[in-house]
Unconditional design. Structure first.
Length: 210
């Protein structure tokens, strides 16, 4: 079967993506051209706002909505946006800022946990295991190990809190299920899971010695 197409079909609008590498105190973005941008997070101001990107075709120009994560410190700014090709067409009457031409485009599953983490101040205190699993998928290997240790501690707390004759109980495998599922799709989450299981095993051995 052959492919039927119009002569000189318009090129699909799909900006190239950057890859996220999150550390505890810094964000590194591997851009489509292979270069890496590194941005220190300590002391930066962060905000998530609506914006737009101009989509240009030979026979039309239109705006598409994006979500913008804006990081600012002194005279330095970094903007990370959701994929414009996935955003709705923005009417001209809507007043939102245009994303900078050099904004880094990252896939939505990476943008959301990144924005939540940075705007939340980079703290584990309120993170559920599901949120940690999402975070692990954009973490550097070293940061993924730390995330795994935090996930293990959360899982142990859940198991202990569920113990008792009237509570039914939750086992560690069930508590860590979000991280286990993420590990099937992400090598970084898999590193976090290995770290979590090692931490759980160590805690269990210490408990048995008492």
């Amino acid at each position: 079967m052959g492919r039927t197409a119009l002569y000189r079909d318009p090129v699909e609008f799909r900006p190239a993506r950057a890859e996220v590498h999150l550390e505890g105190d810094a964000l590194a973005l591997t851009m489509p051209d292979g270069r890496t941008r590194r941005y220190g997070l300590v002391g930066c101001a962060a905000s998530a706002i609506d914006g737009f990107v101009i989509e240009r075709h030979p026979n039309r120009v239109r705006r598409r909505f994006v979500r913008m994560l804006v990081l600012e410190r002194a005279h330095e700014q970094q903007v990370v946006i959701t994929p414009p090709d996935e955003g709705a067409v923005a009417p001209n009457v809507v007043s939102v800022p245009e994303a900078p031409a050099d904004a880094a485009v990252v896939d939505s599953p990476a943008w959301a946990p990144l924005a939540d983490w940075i705007i939340g101040g980079g703290r584990f205190a309120q993170c559920s295991i599901s949120e940690l699993a999402r975070l692990a998928q954009i973490a550097t290997p070293q940061f993924a190990v730390l995330i795994g240790e935090v996930a293990a501690q959360r899982a142990l707390e859940i198991v202990l809190a569920s113990m008792g004759p009237l509570r039914g109980g939750v086992d560690l495998e069930s508590a860590l299920a979000p991280l286990t599922d993420a590990a099937k799709r992400s090598a970084r989450a898999a590193e976090a899971l290995v770290s979590a299981l090692a931490h759980v095993a160590g805690a269990t051995r210490r408990h048995r010695r008492r």
